[in-house]
Ligand binder design. Structure first.
Ligand SMILES: Nc1ncnc2c1ncn2[C@@H]1O[C@H](COP(=O)(O)OP(=O)(O)O)[C@@H](O)[C@H]1O
Ligand SMILES: [Mg+2]
Length: 398
């Protein structure tokens, strides 16, 4: 949410402890305009009957690949978008019936967002934002300085927003999310595209912030499985608008602990990656549950993740690889990660693409059919909620 004319007073009156977030059969459909590829237009089901419960005080992660529906869910919960059907509650308040009541208790940070007034400096913009939320001057200035230091922007407090790089702007947005001291904070891919050290600092800060006042709740989305694993109390794995699993990271990993997870690096003599047909043949080997591939162009190799019923299936898999004319460079048995849980659930990887500066993703690793960019997207007049801000729908313009 960006700045708006409305002044939100954060309401910290004590309420009975309970669920910070609850959704009931929540669905959202986008009607995509006609285009050459889709002459009759088409419906995109971004969320498909999502039931979710997040307790107060939880650091909850939504983990899923691009296009899974994570941002759509966050937008509905933060009243920027209306559901097509189903209901959603934040702090017990229905987002569709009382969006203002919800807004008083929340804040939202989006990784790819570029809000703010270009003519203001970083500190001025953050101060203005804190005033819209009714934070006292002294507390606001103290918080701003403390947080700018934390994200390494203290020397840029006086820089105009229009002069900030994408990464700096993202750090500023992160700071903004905490200024109003919300009860429920939505972090939509907060570390997207940031360097490793900054990302680690932000994760540490989120944990500390949660510990500072019990009852604070964070819903974080990410497609970095390590982030979800390291940070979250519980994780919901989401793909194509559906929640596939929801548990603590440890329990999710335990689900597949008895199976063998193998990581292999292979290459073929013609230097090409594996085709879908190759993968299908490998999956047909006895004892092989799932195989997913990630093409590494810089090495000319493919990294395979194979989930086997037991170690006994290893020779068969290796035989299958040589049958396809592939050379195995390395083979290691690994502790299961959340990514492996994802592979087991959906049969492909989380597409650990390299984020670029503009937040775009490159998912061309040959394993993600149908995950290309959307064409001819029409968002306007599509049930957008009155957001009171300009940051409502960056995806509508894609
Ligand atoms: N405004 C929109 N108009 C049409 N389709 C949309 C719009 N916003 C999102 N979508 C589609 O809905 C699906 C879920 O998108 P999104 O919630 O942004 O996923 P994620 O945040 O997990 O990457 C995608 O297929 C996306 O293209
Ligand atoms: Mg998103």
């Amino acid at each position: 949410m960006s700045t708006s004319e409305t002044r939100f007073q954060v309401d910290h009156r004590p309420r009975p402890a309970g669920l910070a977030i609850r959704t009931e059969n929540l669905s959202r459909v986008f009607q995509v305009r006609r285009s050459r590829k889709w002459p009759r237009g088409r419906r995109v089901v971004a969320l498909d009957g999502v039931n979710l419960e997040v307790a107060e005080g939880e650091l909850f992660g939504l983990l899923g690949p691009n296009g899974a529906g994570k941002t759509t869910l966050i937008k509905i919960l933060s009243t920027l978008l209306l559901p097509t059907s189903g209901r959603a509650f934040v702090s017990g308040i229905d987002v569709a019936r009382d969006p203002f009541g919800v807004k008083q208790r929340i804040n939202i940070v989006s990784g790819g967002e570029s809000g703010g007034y270009g003519i203001l400096s970083v500190r001025e913009s953050l101060w203005m934002f804190s005033q819209l939320y009714g934070v006292s001057n002294r507390i606001a200035l103290d918080r701003i300085d403390r947080m700018l230091k934390l994200v390494g922007l203290e020397d840029d407090a006086g820089t105009l927003i229009s002069k900030l790089s994408t990464g700096m702007r993202q750090k500023m947005n992160f700071v903004r999310g905490f200024l109003s001291d919300p009860d429920v904070l939505f972090l939509d891919e907060p570390t997207l595209g940031l360097d490793v050290t900054t990302a680690r600092t932000l994760r540490k800060f989120v944990r500390e912030w949660m510990a500072e006042r019990p009852g604070r709740t964070v819903l974080l989305t990410t497609h970095y499985m390590a982030e979800a694993d390291e940070l979250c109390d519980r994780v919901a794995i989401i793909d194509r608008g559906r929640i596939l699993a929801c548990d603590t990271p440890a329990s999710l990993k335990r689900q597949i602990a008895r199976q063998a997870v193998l990581r292999l690096e292979v290459s073929s003599s013609d230097g090409a990656g594996l085709s879908q047909a190759d993968l299908a043949r490998l999956k047909d080997q006895p004892g092989v549950r799932e195989v997913a591939a990630r093409w590494r162009p810089e090495a000319g190799r493919t990294v395979l993740t194979a989930i086997l019923e037991a170690d006994g299936a290893i020779p068969g898999l290796v035989g299958g690889l040589s049958g396809l004319g592939l050379v195995v460079h390395s083979l290691a048995k690994e502790e299961p990660t959340l990514e492996d849980v994802f592979v087991k659930l959906v049969g492909r990887t989380l597409a650990e693409d390299t984020p670029t500066n503009n937040g775009d993703h490159d998912s061309r690793n040959g394993t993600l059919p149908g995950d290309g960019p959307e064409v001819g997207v029409g968002g306007a007049g599509d049930g957008e909620a009155a957001a009171g801000g300009g940051a409502a729908d960056e995806s509508a313009a894609r």
